[in-house]
Structures are given as structure tokens and as C-alpha cells.
Design a protein around this ligand. Structure first.
Ligand SMILES: [Zn+2]
Ligand SMILES: [Zn+2]
Length: 346
């Protein structure tokens, strides 16, 4: 079998706008799945990578790690997928498989570093992401997209969905638990929906009030504007706070919102180191932690949960021609709430 040539959108060089490019996919190995891509979400980390915020890469580079498509062909030893199945691919396409986190199925925390879906080296081959017509991925890094989910609106679940689902599960969000989500963008809005579906009481903490109605519609019990400071009556209140924004916040002030045994979990990456007096942790046995994307098994669990509870992302579907404009609008927070590219337009 020979390489498969596919059309894609990527950047031809450092910090350049995206344009049509042609890439090749490897011939199918025995454990590979060839996926004809239907939809690809635009994640903020695509923009950071493409615009050079995280350094120079090898080019051309095609981003995209929120991928939904249909299986077209499978290798001889593939057990779980058949042509015609709808599947998804998220942030990783390989990991060492041997280290402690890998043995636990937590590939995001692979001690060798998981192999990212784009811009990484997988056995010497540069990975290229989902802004393309097709992708070849090992079966063990493919998840099934349940029939109940709208495939375009499900695409962002592969990154934004699992990034919020994983800490919500880990810290026990559910009935009787009070959860706050800081920021309601691409990540946050899915987090609100998932936390509410888990049965938690959800509060959105947001600088502006512009998304208040949406927050309530997504299942939040309340929306609190933080523009004039954090309300007194929320001190010692929450069991879990997920911070989805990457701006530098007053960590101590947010820790003060946690009640006994509560946890503040960072999902975004602020520029400055986090700082807080230690007593903010000791007095109520609070935790300050961080979380990455979940593993593959947990991603499948998340998709099944979302199908069962009717949770998908709110999306604006665009053509490939609109990608650069969509990047500008995402940076300007001018999207409700995630752009998804129709792969038929690549
Ligand atoms: Zn992402
Ligand atoms: Zn590993």
C-alpha cells in the first residue's frame, strides 16, 4: 500500500496564516484506522501553535485535535471498528504505553510525553492534525462517537469536553456538590453543561454579564459577575472550582471561595506562577491543583455520558476559507462558543 495524499489547511511557515496544503497519510498498519474526516473543531491551542506562541515547528503544519469522521478502512488486526463507524480522535495519537500513568490509562500524563495529534514526532514521522480530509490513527487512540450525538457539535468534546469532564469526575462532581466554573468560553461552556448533567449545582464566575442567559440555559444555577470582586456570600462555599481562563487571577481570593476539602483546579495556563499564603490551603484542607485532557478510556466514557445526557458544544460551523478569520474572532472571544470546520470544504 502507498501513502494517501489528502487536502488540508495548514501553515506553510512560522507564524503564517493558514492556507490549503497537501499532506500524506501513512499506509495502513495492522492496528491502524483510516478515518474520512467530517468535522474538525478549532481549539485555542491550535491558534497558539499556528501563530508561533509556543515556538517554531516543522512546516507545513496542519492543526486540529477535535476530530470526528467515518471509518473508511481498517488494518488486519483492528478489533473494535469497521468501515462506516463514526469515530473521534482527540489530542493524542500515541504514548509510551509502559509508564505508570500509561498503565493506568492516563496517557495525557505519559512520562515520555504523549504524542500530540499534530506537530509532534511519532516514530520519526511528523504528526498532522484534523484540518484535513482524512487521518490514519492507531485503533487504541480512536474513540466511538455514539449515534445520538450530532457529529459537528460533538467534535469539540474531543478536547474541550474531556478537559472539563476529567477533573469534574476526578474531584467527584455530582448531586450535593457545588461547582464553580471560571470563564465560559469554549472550555467553560461545555464544563457548565457537563457539571450540570452530573447533577452538581453549577455557578459561572465570569468577568462580564454578557453570557448570563446562556449560562442558565446550559444548566447553571447562577451566573456571578466578578467585575467588582467576588461576592461575600460565596466565601467558603464551593467544593470544586475549575479555572478555564488563562489570565492571571488572584489565586488566594478564589481559594477563599472553597469550603472544607474543596479544590481549585487550573485548566488554563496563566503567565505568572500561582501564589497564595499557605494558610489558604491548611485552614480548610483546600487543594490547589491542575489537570490536563483525560485519557482515551475516559474520553469514551465522556462521549457516552454526553450522548446519554444530550450534551454537545454550541458551535458555529464554517468553511475552510474562514479559518483565519475564525482565529481572529476566537482570540477576540467573538464566538459562541466553538468554531467547527466542515471537512467537506478542505
Ligand atoms: Zn484543544
Ligand atoms: Zn507513558
Amino acid at each position: 500500500m502507498t501513502d494517501l495524499t489528502v487536502r488540508a489547511w495548514g501553515t506553510p511557515g512560522f507564524s503564517q496564516p493558514l492556507e490549503p496544503v497537501t499532506i500524506t497519510r501513512r499506509p495502513l498498519r495492522e492496528d491502524d484506522v483510516l478515518i474520512r474526516i467530517e468535522f474538525a473543531g478549532i481549539c485555542h491551542s491550535d491558534i497558539h501553535t499556528m501563530r508561533g506562541d509556543w515556538g517554531e515547528r516543522e512546516y507545513p503544519l496542519v492543526p486540529g485535535h477535535e476530530i470526528v469522521g467515518i471509518v473508511e478502512q481498517v488494518g488486519d488486526k483492528v478489533l473494535n471498528y469497521r468501515p462506516g463507524d463514526r469515530v473521534g480522535v482527540g489530542c493524542f495519537v500515541n504514548s509510551c504505553g509502559q509508564c505508570h500513568p500509561c498503565e493506568l490509562g492516563e496517557v495525557s500524563y505519559c512520562e515520555q510525553g504523549p504524542v500530540l495529534t499534530y506537530g509532534a514526532y511519532d516514530g520519526g514521522e511528523l504528526t498532522q492534525g484534523g484540518y484535513s480530509q482524512a487521518i490514519v490513527v492507531r485503533e487504541s487512540f480512536v474513540v466511538a462517537v455514539p449515534p445520538g450525538l450530532d457529529p459537528a457539535a460533538a467534535a469539540p468534546l474531543l478536547c474541550a469536553g474531556i478537559t472539563t469532564y476529567s477533573p469534574l469526575r476526578h474531584w467527584g462532581a455530582g448531586p450535593g456538590k457545588r461547582v464553580a466554573i471560571i470563564g465560559m468560553g469554549g472550555l467553560g461552556h461545555v464544563g457548565v453543561k457537563i457539571a450540570a448533567a452530573m447533577g452538581a449545582e453549577v455557578t459561572v464566575l465570569s468577568h462580564s454579564t454578557a453570557k448570563r442567559d446562556d449560562a442558565l440555559r446550559f444548566g447553571a444555577a447562577r451566573h456571578v459577575s466578578t467585575a467588582v470582586g467576588l461576592p461575600e456570600d460565596l466565601h467558603n462555599y464551593f467544593d470544586l472550582i475549575l479555572n478555564t481562563v488563562s489570565v492571571d487571577l488572584d489565586t488566594s481570593a478564589y481559594l477563599g471561595l472553597l469550603r472544607f476539602d474543596g479544590a481549585l483546579v487550573q485548566l488554563g495556563l496563566p503567565g505568572l506562577p500561582l501564589q497564595t499564603p499557605t494558610r489558604m490551603l491548611t485552614t480548610r484542607r483546600r487543594s490547589l491543583s491542575g489537570s490536563l485532557v483525560g485519557g482515551i478510556r475516559e474520553t469514551q466514557e465522556m462521549l457516552d455520558f454526553c450522548a446519554e445526557h444530550g450534551v454537545t458544544a454550541e458551535i458555529e460551523l464554517i468553511d475552510a476559507e474562514q479559518i483565519n478569520q475564525a482565529y481572529d474572532r476566537t482570540v477576540a472571544s467573538d464566538v459562541r462558543y466553538r468554531f467547527v470546520i466542515d471537512a467537506a470544504t478542505f
